[in-house]
Design a protein around this ligand. Structure first.
Ligand code: SF4
Length: 314
């Protein structure tokens, strides 16, 4: 499969079938915490990055072959999905073919564009990002394309909330020493209030961040964030670990590649998911993974992680 991956077990969305409508790091942000490496170059134009018909055909084929037990179909993956010019058509086509709820994980900055808001209006959940309550901090955390301004992000989120009747779950990545102090959190709460999300999901880096200095907040800072942002909406705190589940019927190397090309994972997490295979088989699988030329092992947060070969992590 080229555009569909998983299902992966997601803390927020249960067994989630991923749909990836853009090539690796097609993004208008270059977040310091990005699990996909650096955006080189950043992209701000909406284009038909991959054939929309092929994406929809893969979703249909996957649902026919192994659609049981999927909780959500989630558009996300290698970059910013709203940069695909035919996202609205793809989402509508998938909604027509199944009762399974559809979610879009987005940085949200293109929601200022009425066409993008219309594209997302019919889905069941949208998960935009908001990591900062000021322009200066926003630029430090997500290092946006010049067109992807903080003002546009906030305007777009506010306008979308007024039009969208589904679930709006704001994602906030907390980074130690950057956006986890009380003043930054109060400013964020202030900006979030009129947006009125249904939930706020606090995240910490459990996958290798783009920048090696990025670290998760102390437990006390996480508690403080939950308390301050909890005044705006119910807060979901991170579980602190990723999960990899092997589907016994399919090639394990291909399955690992499908996941790590969109959601890089610490080797520890992969090893837990492969524990039943024994140490020698696991080591052989990691060697095969490297031999495909599609994966690389990088050191982040004091441990090795597996990421796409083409991602920039150096
Ligand atoms: S985390 Fe998402 S929005 Fe940020 S650079 Fe990576 S793909 Fe883009």
């Amino acid at each position: 499969m080229k555009y569909v991956f998983g299902p992966v077990r997601s803390r927020r969305l249960g067994r989630s079938l991923g749909v990836d409508p853009v090539p690796l790091k097609t993004c208008n942000w270059n977040c310091v915490y990005c699990q996909l490496g650096r955006s080189r170059p950043m992209v701000a134009t909406r284009e038909a990055w991959v054939p929309a018909e092929d994406v929809v055909a893969e979703v249909r084929q996957t649902l026919e072959a192994r659609g049981d037990g999927i909780d959500w179909i989630t558009f996300a993956g290698s970059g910013e999905p709203t940069l695909h010019a035919q996202l609205g058509w793809m989402l509508a086509s998938v909604k027509e073919m199944t009762e399974i709820p559809v979610a879009v994980i987005t940085n949200g900055v293109l929601l200022h564009d009425p066409e993008v808001r219309a594209a997302l209006r019919g889905v069941d959940a949208v998960l935009p990002s908001l990591d900062a309550g000021t322009d200066a901090l926003y630029r430090k955390v997500v290092r946006p394309h010049p067109e992807a301004t903080f003002e546009r992000l906030v305007q777009g989120l506010t306008a979308f909330r007024q039009e969208f009747t589904g679930y709006l779950w704001v994602e906030t990545m907390l980074i130690r020493g950057l956006n986890d102090d009380e003043a930054a959190l109060e400013q964020l709460a202030h900006v979030l209030e009129p947006i009125a999300p249904n939930e706020i999901h606090l995240n910490v880096t459990v996958r290798p961040p783009s920048e090696p200095w990025v670290a998760p907040p102390e437990a006390a800072a996480l508690d403080r964030a939950a308390e301050i942002l909890g005044r705006v909406a119910p807060v979901v705190v991170p579980s602190g670990r990723g999960v990899f589940v092997l589907d016994e019927g399919r090639d394990p190397v291909e399955q690992i590649l499908e996941v790590i090309e969109r959601h890089p994972l610490p080797e520890r997490v992969l090893s837990e998911g492969l524990a039943h295979l024994g140490e020698a088989t696991r080591a052989a699988l990691f060697a095969q993974l490297e031999a495909t030329g599609r994966a690389q092992r990088v050191e982040r947060q004091g441990e090795p992680s597996w990421v796409a070969r083409s991602a920039f992590f150096s």
